[in-house]
Write a protein that binds this ligand. Structure first.
Ligand code: PHE
Length: 432
C-alpha cells in the first residue's frame, strides 16, 4: 500500500495510519497562533494575565508545537488507558503516536524539568472534537501555570519559604467562598510525600495565585467597561468566586474556581497539587508544587462582548480592526450580508442661520428615523467651498445593511428617497 501523509502549515509532514482522524479544516487552523497576536482578543487576554505575573519568578512559554506525543498528552500525566479523552471521537490523532494537544498540560513535565525559574506559564491552541455551537469550537486556547519548590535546595526552610511567599502576595478586593477542607481523604486525597502543613501551604499559594489571576482578568474588564461606558458587562462589586473540588489524573488534591459573572457561576480554571509520580516520571525528584489550566476563549467572549466563538477565527477586517494591544474594547457586531451605499450631496445656505443650519447630528437623526437599524453607517466623505459663490457643499455616504438578510435595491432606493425628502422639507438646503 502507498504511504500517505498530512502536511501542516509551515510544511511539516507526518505519516498517517489507521488512527489518523485530523481533517483539512482543522489542520488549516494549526499555526494561526491567535494567542500570540497582541491585537486579537485571545492575545490581549493572555498578555493581560501575564502582565500581572511579570517579575514574580515565572517564565512565559508561548511557542510550543501543538503536535505532541500521546505519551506527553496522556500517558505521562496518568490518564488511564480507557479514559474517554483518549478516544478517536474526542481527540484529533495525526497518527497512533501523535495528537493535536488536547490541553497545554501536555507540556507540564518538560517545563517543570527545564524551566530555570520556580514557575512558568504556557499558552497555546488546544484541539478537541466537540459539539458545534456559539460557545464550542474544535480549537480553543489555554493558559497553563505551574510552580515548584525543591526540598533539595530549600531543606529545612521549605515551609518558611512558602509561608513568606504567601505573605507577600497582594490582598485582593474579592469575596472568596471556600468550604473545602485542606484535603478530602476519599474524594481528593493528599499525597504521602507531603505533610499536612505542606499540603495546606501549597494549596493556599495555588488558590491565592489563581485568585490574583481572576482578579486581574475580571476587575480589569470592569475597569475597561466603565471607561468605555459599555453596558455589555454588568456586574456586582466586589467580584465573587468560589472553590469546588475537582479531579484530574495528574493532580491531587484538585479544585476548580468559579466566578460569579452576569448572574451565573462561570467555571474558570482547573488546578491541583502535581502528583509526585508525574514529577518523578519527568525526572524531578524531591519537589512539591502546583499546576493550573484556564481556558481563554470563553473569558475573552465575555470581556470583549464577542457573541460567537467562531468570530475569533474570522479574517474579516471588520472583526480584526476592532481590537488593539492592551485594550479591552467591546465588539460592535457587523453584518455578514452585503451593504448598499447611497451618497447624498447638497449645498448649504450661504449664511447659515441657526434655525435652518443642518448639523451633522441632525442628518444622523433623520437617517436613523427613516432607516432604523438598517442604517449601518453615515460618513461625511467630501466637503468643499465653491470658490466664486462661497457656498459650502457636503457629501454624506450612507451604508444600508441588515444584520439578518440581504436588502433589495428597491428597498434601499425607497429609504434613500425618504431621507432626501425629510432633508428637503426640514432644512434650507439644496440637494444636488
Ligand atoms: N488541563 C486541564 C483541563 O484542560 C486543566 C488543568 C491544568 C488541571 C493543570 C489541573 C492542572 O481542563
Amino acid at each position: 500500500a502507498m504511504n500517505s501523509y498530512v502536511t501542516l502549515v509551515g510544511g511539516k509532514t507526518y505519516l498517517t495510519d489507521e488512527w489518523t482522524n485530523v481533517r483539512p479544516g482543522i489542520l488549516s487552523l494549526v499555526g494561526r497562533n491567535l494567542h500570540k497576536n497582541s491585537n486579537h482578543p485571545i492575545g490581549i487576554l493572555r498578555e493581560l494575565i501575564e502582565s500581572r505575573f511579570k517579575n514574580l519568578g515565572y517564565t512565559f512559554y508561548n511557542d510550543f508545537d501543538p503536535v505532541v506525543s500521546v505519551h506527553d498528552n496522556f500517558d505521562v500525566l496518568g490518564f488511564p488507558k480507557d479514559h474517554p479523552g483518549r478516544s478517536r471521537s474526542d481527540t484529533y490523532y495525526i497518527n497512533k503516536d501523535l495528537v493535536l494537544r488536547t490541553h497545554t498540560s501536555a507540556h507540564e513535565p518538560l517545563c517543570f524539568k527545564n524551566c530555570s525559574t520556580p514557575g512558568y506559564f504556557i499558552s497555546g491552541d488546544v484541539y478537541r472534537k466537540d459539539e458545534i455551537d456559539r460557545t464550542h469550537y474544535p480549537v480553543f486556547h489555554q493558559l497553563e501555570g505551574g510552580r515548584l519548590w525543591s526540598r533539595e535546595s530549600l531543606g529545612d526552610s521549605l515551609v518558611s519559604q512558602i509561608e513568606s511567599e504567601i505573605a507577600a502576595l497582594p490582598k485582593l478586593d474579592i469575596i472568596v467562598e471556600d468550604d473545602n477542607p485542606i484535603f478530602d481523604a476519599v474524594q481528593n486525597p493528599k499525597q504521602d510525600h507531603m505533610s499536612d502543613l505542606e499540603t495546606k501551604l501549597i494549596t493556599l499559594h495555588l488558590k491565592k495565585t489563581i485568585e490574583i489571576l481572576v482578579d486581574q482578568v475580571f476587575n480589569e474588564a470592569k475597569k475597561a467597561a466603565l471607561e468605555t461606558g459599555s453596558n455589555v458587562l454588568s456586574f456586582e462589586e466586589p467580584l465573587r468566586v468560589r472553590w469546588l473540588q475537582d479531579r484530574f489524573p495528574w493532580t491531587t488534591p484538585s479544585w476548580q474556581i468559579e466566578v460569579w459573572w452576569n448572574g451565573s457561576w462561570l467555571e474558570c480554571c482547573g488546578c491541583g497539587i502535581v502528583k509526585n509520580e508525574v514529577l518523578l516520571k519527568s525526572g524531578i525528584a524531591n519537589s512539591i508544587g502546583w499546576a493550573f489550566g484556564i481556558g481563554l476563549d470563553r473569558i475573552a467572549m465575555l470581556l470583549f462582548g464577542v457573541p460567537d466563538i467562531r468570530l475569533f477565527w474570522s479574517n474579516d477586517d471588520r472583526f480584526k480592526k476592532q481590537f488593539s494591544a492592551n485594550q479591552i474594547s467591546v465588539f460592535r457586531p457587523y453584518s455578514k450580508y452585503p451593504g448598499s451605499v447611497r451618497d447624498i450631496s447638497f449645498w448649504l445656505p450661504e449664511k447659515t442661520m441657526e434655525a435652518s443650519a443642518l448639523h451633522e447630528n441632525d442628518l444622523m437623526e433623520i437617517v436613523r428615523e427613516v432607516a432604523g437599524d438598517l442604517a449601518e453607517s453615515v460618513k461625511l466623505i467630501d466637503e468643499f467651498v465653491h470658490p466664486r459663490t462661497g457656498k459650502r457643499s457636503q457629501c454624506y455616504r450612507v451604508n444600508y445593511q441588515s444584520m439578518d438578510r440581504s436588502l433589495i435595491t428597491e428597498e434601499v432606493n425607497a429609504l434613500d428617497e425618504k431621507v432626501r425628502e425629510a432633508l428637503r422639507s426640514s432644512y434650507n438646503i439644496e440637494l444636488r
